[in-house]
Design a protein. Structure first.
Length: 364
């Protein structure tokens, strides 16, 4: 398990109604973080109980029992996913358990888990233009001590881009958090026991800053409006300000135009790549987005284990202009594979590389 793995969920799954405890949510997140972007189907996932306990900061003397019970509950508990049936256009309601099976052999220290196949559309091969989704680094929830904090973080993470807001009717929010309708009947109690602790935890331990205000209807509190800001260092804040002033703030658009939409790079990583591209292309008055796309196409040929690290180095050192190690055989073998929809093929890569070289020579 890796703390820098992403948890990627369709928004409809995040908005599912049902009550999951803290350990159940962390176990589920650990499992989802093991799913790869290229996976076409679920498999049987083998998890080490000791590793999960350490990884998820579970502080209990009965960790084995706690995780085994959580796996069992994720199989037994039902969640409700609401949506629209694409064929009829009518409302659709899917009630299901999250795990299809959870197996533990005494003394093995392992959990063998299968995810319900009904969740494939909500966890596999997600594309924003087809299935809106939210992704986050799993390390952001590992230090949270409340299941409500995790739920609120997931609900708000998807709308962090440039200080957006999200409003919920009070009763709907309680339902999304799995809170019984008879609990916290007084709004001030819900605020004191749920919202304030969640805000403190999220702002301290995650990559976003949240705030909220209570919207009244007459004398009663009817809605909660959240505001969400990405948490940046001072240096990152200045960098993002420059990008926004230059009109570069739609990171999803950059992903689509460079072919990076299937790589789980964060906005910070996209910003870092764009900054490098601006510096390199400034020498020959080139287009940073085309440069990223071109270098990504080249990097895919190399099939690195760590794509972001390799792509960053390839851009910094301008591999696409200076490489000489792609033979004619490499070109033919990889041409069909790399000329995928929305990506720059090798023919275009070679063409743009030539243009860059010519412009660099003109500037000498």
């Amino acid at each position: 398990m890796n703390r820098n793995n992403y948890v990627v969920k369709a928004n409809k799954f995040i908005e599912a109604k049902g009550r999951l405890g803290l350990t159940e949510q962390k176990l589920l997140a650990c499992l989802i973080s093991e799913i790869q972007p290229s996976d076409k189907d679920f498999k049987e996932y083998r998890l080490q109980i000791k590793d999960i306990a350490e990884f998820a900061n579970l502080e209990s003397h009965a960790t084995y029992t706690l995780l085994k019970d959580s796996a069992r509950k994720l199989r037994q508990k039902e969640i409700l996913i609401e949506g629209i049936d694409p064929e009829t256009g009518k409302e659709k309601f899917l009630e299901m358990g999250i795990f299809a099976s959870a197996e533990h052999i005494k003394g093995s220290g392992e959990l063998l888990i299968e995810i319900s196949p009904k969740l494939k559309p909500y966890l596999l091969a997600l594309k924003g233009n087809e299935t809106p989704y939210t992704k986050y680094l799993i390390k952001n929830i590992l230090k949270l001590h409340s299941g409500h904090s995790i739920r609120i973080y997931e609900l708000l993470k998807g709308c962090e881009d440039w200080s957006r807001s999200k409003r919920y009717k009070l009763e709907n929010l309680k339902e999304l958090l799995g809170i019984d309708k008879n609990a916290y009947k007084a709004a001030y109690e819900f605020d004191r026991k749920v919202l304030k602790p969640a805000k403190k935890e999220i702002n301290t331990h995650t990559d976003i800053i949240i705030d909220y205000k209570k919207i009244k209807k007459g004398r009663r509190i009817a809605e909660i409006e959240f505001t969400v800001h990405p948490k940046y260092t001072d240096e990152e804040t200045e960098k993002h300000k420059k990008f926004k002033e230059a009109g570069v703030f739609d990171y999803d658009e950059i992903r689509e135009n460079t072919g990076l939409q299937d790589e789980y790079f964060s906005d910070k990583q996209i910003a870092e790549l764009y900054e490098i591209a601006c510096k390199v292309t400034e020498r020959f008055n080139g287009d940073p987005v085309i440069y990223i796309a071109m270098t990504y196409a080249y990097s895919k040929i190399r099939k690195p284990k760590a794509m972001f690290a390799y792509l960053k180095k390839a851009m910094e050192e301008n591999f696409v202009n200076h490489y000489e190690s792609v033979s004619d055989n490499d070109y033919q073998d990889n041409k069909e594979e790399t000329e995928l929809e929305g990506q720059v093929g090798l023919d275009e890569l070679q063409h743009v590389r030539t243009q860059i070289g010519e412009k660099e020579r003109e500037g000498e």
